[in-house]
Design a protein around this ligand. Structure first.
Ligand SMILES: [Zn+2]
Length: 213
């Protein structure tokens, strides 16, 4: 019951903001989006090589502070056909920042990213979202990227457990799957997750493509 109320509340917010705060894509197409938070990381190239070998596009939500230290990394993400967007400058909870401080974090991250082709998207660190920060992100012109399927890939589960969690039978059309960078088990599970989703008839797309109207 509680989960159903939460889902309804999300649908209302997603519709009321005309899809600018988004948990999932339309349910009428068998597509899902894989998303990876908290990069860039020392393992980023391995993630990108894995996704390239699978021919799978994904969406990366990265921290401005890390991107500034790796100025070439945005081009690496984009070269793979992936969407890349901000995940805060320092990964501070947006709900704890004043509107001015949040605007500063967004601007510094955007400056670190440089121009990106998929529009202005942001994923709030920890998925923390409240009315004031939500309004600030929308007023600043961002689409707010939440998720509908948490792989819980940072709980120490083995790769085969993680792959089983993300089995196609457990995913719904339009789902946005949350993963993280820098996780050996996530990387190890990735080929199995991608192959199984495709075998289950799902197409993998970026979040921008998933929600394009
Ligand atoms: Zn994060």
């Amino acid at each position: 019951m509680k989960a159903r109320v939460k889902q309804l509340a999300r649908e209302v917010v997603q519709r009321a903001t005309r899809g600018r705060i988004v948990w999932r894509g339309p349910a009428d197409a068998r597509r899902v989006a894989l998303t990876f938070d908290d990069g860039p990381h020392a393992m980023t190239e391995r993630y990108l090589a894995c996704l390239a070998s699978l021919g799978a596009p994904a969406t990366f939500f990265v921290m401005g502070y890390y991107v500034e230290r790796r100025p070439d990394v945005v081009a690496e993400y984009l070269r793979g056909g992936h969407q890349v967007a901000g995940h805060g400058y320092y990964h501070k909870r947006f709900t704890r920042l004043s509107p001015g401080a949040l605007r500063d974090q967004l601007a510094r991250t955007e400056a670190a990213l440089g121009p990106v082709p998929h529009g202005r998207w942001v994923r709030p660190p920890h998925g923390s979202l409240g009315p004031v920060d939500g309004a600030t992100m929308l007023a600043s012109g961002y689409t707010v990227a939440m998720w509908s399927f948490d792989s819980r890939d940072h709980d120490g589960a083995a790769a085969d457990v993680l792959a089983a969690r993300c089995a196609p039978a457990r995913c719904r059309p339009g789902d946005v799957l949350l993963f993280h960078e820098g996780q050996a088990t996530t990387l190890a599970a990735l080929p199995r997750v991608v192959d199984a989703l495709r075998d289950g008839g799902f197409e993998l797309v970026t979040m921008a493509d998933l929600t394009a109207r």
